[in-house]
Each structure stands twice: as C-alpha cells, then as structure tokens.
Design a protein around this ligand. Structure first.
Ligand SMILES: C=C(O[C@@H]1C=C(C(=O)O)C=C[C@H]1O)C(=O)O
Length: 124
C-alpha cells in the first residue's frame, strides 16, 4: 500500500469511528424519546379516562392551539423548525384523540357511529 492509500485508509477508519460514536448518542436520544413518549401516553390515557368518566369531549382544540403556540416558541428558541414541532405535536395528539375516543366508546359514553364518518375518519 503506498503512502497516499494508507493515509486515505486511516482517514476513513477515523471517520467510521466518529460515525459510531455519534450514532451511540443518537441511539441514547432515541431511547429517551421512546421513554418520554411512553410516559406522556400514560398521562394522556389518564386524561382520556377522566374525560370519559365525566362526559367531556375527547378533543380540546383550545388547549391544542395553546400547546402549538407554546411549542413553536420553544422550537424557535432551540433552533428547531417550528413547522416541524407543530407537525410532530399534531401527529402525537391525533393518536391521543384516537385513544380517547376508544376509551369513551369502551366506557359507553359515546357511540362510535356518531364520531366516525363514511371513510372511517374521526369527526370530532
Ligand atoms: C390530553 C388531552 O386531550 C387531547 C390531547 C392533547 C395532547 O395530547 O396534548 C391536547 C388536547 C386534547 O385535544 C387534554 O385535553 O389535555
């Protein structure tokens, strides 16, 4: 192996070691996200049970609007795209609402046919 090929080989080996180290941190962050989401869904399930027991609607659009405003502000401060933060929250909230509708239906508080349209989408 000539000197230049050896240098390229060493440089690539160093890059792969750095990549592995960065990926370990990404893995740790992904694990933390999963644990945070699991905790969040535990709390939202409690909210769903509370709402179903007391006849409150599954979705609260005013609360969602306040959260979006707050998270967009936090995202801007953190140099994260606010549009992405909003999409991410909406994605999670949509799942929460499905859970709440199911809890309410299982509790007998709402009739599923009242909230699902012809295409199977929730109409809340
Ligand atoms: C969890 C709630 O229920 C719904 C889900 C929300 C969420 O996941 O943050 C926010 C508002 C509601 O549409 C709530 O009312 O607090």
């Amino acid at each position: 192996m000539d000197a230049q090929t050896q240098a390229e080989h060493d440089s690539q080996a160093a890059a792969l070691a750095e990549l592995e180290s960065i990926r370990q941190s990404i893995d740790n962050i992904d694990a933390a996200l999963i644990h945070l989401l699991a905790e969040r869904f535990k709390f939202t399930q409690s909210v769903g049970r509370l709402k179903a027991t007391h006849g409150l609607p599954p979705a609260d659009l005013d609360r969602e609007a306040r959260q979006i405003r707050r998270l967009r502000g936090l995202a801007e401060e953190a140099h994260l795209d606010p549009a992405f933060a909003e999409k991410f929250l909406n994605f999670i909230v949509a799942e929460v609402i499905h859970h709440h509708v199911k809890i309410a239906a299982d509790t007998g508080v709402i009739d599923v046919v009242d909230v699902v349209d012809g295409e199977g989408d929730l109409q809340l």
